[in-house]
Design a protein around this ligand. Structure first.
Ligand code: SF4
Length: 463
């Protein structure tokens, strides 16, 4: 029998929403996926609009000074939203959180909590303590870490990122990462393989192993190194594409080169930061290898995996860099023909050794060198891409293209491809074209090459 009470319309309460903004590297992307997963388990829903969020998390990067300034200016913008949404909770996460700690609370009066990258698993505790009136600061690097990989909200439906090493012990003189991400720690192989199998079971075809120095992975308390792990992951049934980032040149052994050449599902693309082509500069950076040792490694990788697309990072205007040093960097780029170069002018970071080295390069001089570097590199990339015109390449669909009706994908060597989709890849609804699924593999033929992308036509759907 119904009563007045149970025939009444149920009261609708708006779902609480959260917004996560991510800056910086893949490690941060992956941390944001963990934060997202935890908030969704708490019943909050994601939104793309900060103005409609009840919780805003800014997952920050402090590798460059500019990125850090932008984080604070963004926090300033978010705190103004509090006048319309008094219950809004704003948390600073990521590397700026670890580095600034309490200071961030004084600098941003409406900031509700600070959560460092080593404490991502404690997001619920941070929110709970805030509810009780605290402004908690959770930083540092607990010995025991909780990876809880089954509650990560993966953004992509096909690429699963798997952390294998956290932190870094290298202490390159320009780098703040050892302070913000703590000492190096490898995860155990069994747990890594569990996560890989879990991803494959859920339909992920591409696995990306992550670490600040990914190839320095060691089995905790055991003998195995990254060559063994690479072999084990590559042999896991269902792993169609395997990537790993970021490799440290000095840690790349012959066994790793051999594994890199052995498994066709390991993508023929490798990011190998060189930072400079000058030995004196490499020495002042504390990198522990010479330009010739790097050349030799690149040569072995290219010989083992013909067609491999090497990419690199360069710092221009490092303290003490002379015009001769810079010329050696340009020479290295010309010789090795990188498929992609991520180059920046040097940015001094607090707590690092490089600002004390002396020999500062004037910012205008560094900016001018950077422009010269790009002017040299662009034609190299275009030339390498032009060699692919007429080739059949396999791409994984990553999303909609910039122009209507186009899709975007990545080749196995990580080049961006824009293409009009095979009709079997889309479902046409009236005039709109909707991609069936990101993550699908398709074959295309390259028709045009630019410095940063390829234009292609479909051949046929292959998977
Ligand atoms: S290897 Fe050097 S540049 Fe890379 S994260 Fe460690 S300290 Fe930074």
């Amino acid at each position: 029998m119904s009563t007045a009470a149970n025939t009444r319309e149920p009261e609708r309460t708006a779902a609480r929403r959260f917004f996560v903004e991510t800056w910086g590297c893949q490690m941060n992307e992956r941390d944001s996926q963990r934060l997202t997963g935890a908030l969704m388990e708490e019943g909050l829903l994601p939104t793309r609009e900060p103005a409609e969020a009840d919780v805003i998390l800014l997952n920050s990067c402090s590798v460059r000074e500019k990125a850090e300034q932008k984080v604070y200016s963004r926090l300033g913008r978010y705190r103004r939203l509090k006048s319309d949404r008094p219950g809004l909770v704003i948390g600073l996460c990521g590397c700026v959180a670890q580095e600034a700690g309490e200071r961030a609370l004084s600098r941003v009066p409406d900031l509700d909590f600070v959560l460092g990258p080593g404490r991502v698993a404690e997001i619920r505790e941070a929110l709970e303590r805030r509810r009780k009136g605290e402004r908690p600061v959770l930083t540092g690097f607990p010995a025991e870490r909780d990876y809880a990989f089954d509650s990560i909200s993966r953004e992509s439906s096909f690429k699963g990122m798997v952390t294998i090493v956290e932190g870094c012990d290298k202490n390159c003189t320009f780098c703040i990462v050892p302070q913000t991400r703590g000492p190096e720690r490898s995860r155990g192989m069994a747990e890594i393989l569990d996560e890989v199998r879990h991803l494959v079971d859920f339909g992920f075809s591409e696995i990306e192993l992550l670490g600040q120095t990914v190839n320095h992975w060691r089995q905790p308390g055991g003998e195995e190194d990254f060559a063994d792990l690479l072999n084990a992951v590559a042999r896991t049934p269902g792993v169609a594409r395997l990537r790993f980032v970021t490799s440290y040149p000095r840690d790349f052994t012959d066994r790793m080169v051999e594994q890199f050449g052995r498994h066709p599902n390991i993508c023929p693309a490798l990011h190998l930061p060189v930072q400079s082509g000058s030995d004196p500069v490499l020495q002042r950076m504390g990198r522990g290898y010479s330009a010739d040792a790097y050349r030799e490694l690149a040569r072995r990788l290219k010989a083992t995996r013909p067609g491999v697309a090497l990419s690199t990072d360069i710092i221009v205007g490092f303290p003490g860099e002379t015009e001769e040093d810079f010329a050696l960097t340009l020479q290295l780029l010309e010789e090795l023909e990188f498929a992609q170069v991520f180059a920046f002018t040097y940015s001094p970071r607090p707590g690092t050794a490089a600002p004390r080295l002396g020999g500062d390069v004037e910012p205008e001089e560094a900016a001018e060198r950077l422009q010269r570097l790009f002017a040299l590199q662009e034609p190299i990339q275009r030339r390498l891409n032009e060699a692919l015109v007429g080739e059949h390449v396999e791409v994984v669909v990553t999303g909609l293209g910039k122009r209507p009706g186009m899709l975007t994908g990545r080749t196995s060597c990580h080049r961006v491809v824009h293409f009009e989709p095979d009709p079997s890849l889309v479902s046409g609804l009236g005039s709109s074209t909707v991609p069936l699924k990101a993550g699908r593999l398709t074959s295309v033929v390259v028709r045009q090459a630019y410095a940063h992308s390829l234009l292609a036509e479909p051949i046929a759907r292959v998977a």
